[in-house]
Design a protein around this ligand. Sequence first.
Ligand SMILES: NC(=O)c1ccc[n+]([C@@H]2O[C@H](COP(=O)([O-])OP(=O)(O)OC[C@H]3O[C@@H](n4cnc5c(N)ncnc54)[C@H](OP(=O)(O)O)[C@@H]3O)[C@@H](O)[C@H]2O)c1
Length: 413
Amino acid sequence: MQQGFPMTLSLQRPAGASACAHQLLTWADLTQRAPCLVRSSCRLSTKRKSQISCRAFGPESRRGVAAAIALGLACSRQRPARGETSPSTPILRGKVAVVTGANTGIGKATAAGLARSGQYGLIFLAGHNEEKTKIAIDQLTRDLPKPANGAEPVKFEFLPLELSSLDSVRSAAKAFQAKQLPLHTLVCNAAVMALPERKTTSDGYEFQFEVNYLSHFLLTNLLLPQLTASGTSDDPARVISVSSGAHFVRSPLAFGDVSDLNLAGGEGDAHAYYPWTAYGQSKLAQVMFTYELTRRLGAQNTPVVANVLDPGFVDTELQRYLPAQAPAPAMKFIAKTAEAGASTPVLLATTDAGRTKGGFWIDGKEARSLGRGSSPFPLNPELAVPGSTSYDESAWKALWAESAKLAGLNDTI
Ligand SMILES: NC(=O)c1ccc[n+]([C@@H]2O[C@H](COP(=O)([O-])OP(=O)(O)OC[C@H]3O[C@@H](n4cnc5c(N)ncnc54)[C@H](OP(=O)(O)O)[C@@H]3O)[C@@H](O)[C@H]2O)c1
């Protein structure tokens, strides 16, 4: 672990680049949508550009990176029998999936993609807003093609899950287990991004850390018995985590430091809260969790495979906490549709991709996550800080142990 790493990211402007273009390139690096963003920057008014500023990775880079983001967004081991159901669930034909945060955005599009694949019979939309989820379920059901030959249509069900409460995660896992269903696929998708001020959950943890990562860590561990019982060596059960290009953002975890994942330090401290540090760290935690889970599953020859992905830059509700939000027409021009953003999770849940070995994926292809001092983003190599990495096994293990402690899990795989 590197002690005292520099907390701030100085986003130096390449010679000849305007401040605005540089900010766009930075967000482009995070989202891998450089050409689109550069094009779209020309369409923003000077007034609009000057309105955008907020706190970002660190004190020195606040304006640059936040503006880039804003502009980018602007511009039981018991084997459940297949078919065995509780009174509330339909007769089961096909696989069962749980998708978190599936009432909108990439999660909803993932649920639709799973349903259309013909492989899934029952898909749980796990989330904290029943009304919004019921509307999503109505839309998903309406949009499905009619099943041929009188086959049962795919069913969608709401599974109550508030990711800012570990008790709620435990209740959701219990509620699912009570149904005595198999579980073939768990998609850990729900997230919040870049809350402007540090906020804590009912468990006292930093909000993005718990919602985006820790609760998914707990949920996955609690549902592993169902996943294990439902997978086979030919067709393992899948754990799919939706991370982000933002996992490259400099954070303590990127240097193997798990001593304060809640970012409770004061301003300027190595563990200070900055919106993008917290978001990036939660997304890096998902990557490292997947690698450690893969290692543990492999050691026990468990028929479950774990993959993690970056969906790219997608037109969704994710920018809800940003100080400046993109006009819808700009997003339609510069960002992927939710369906395109869901293509990799759907691929990982329905094909041989990632079936034999867990890994990190971008745009349907295996890719490299944050590596020691190297950046896949040529436009802004500063995003990959020398010494930062997602491939440090000791950091995976430390993160796992700390996560188990924070989640109150005594027994993990
Ligand atoms: N959009 C992008 O450009 C982009 C880029 C990289 C990575 N990602 C990742 O893609 C995933 C999906 O994001 P999205 O873009 O589809 O965002 P989104 O449209 O904002 O969807 C986020 C989902 O998470 C749910 N959620 C938020 N807080 C929750 C909580 N406390 N408990 C339970 N559910 C909660 C939301 O439910 P409510 O609406 O009911 O709150 C919503 O269903 C995220 O992991 C995100 O980090 C997105």
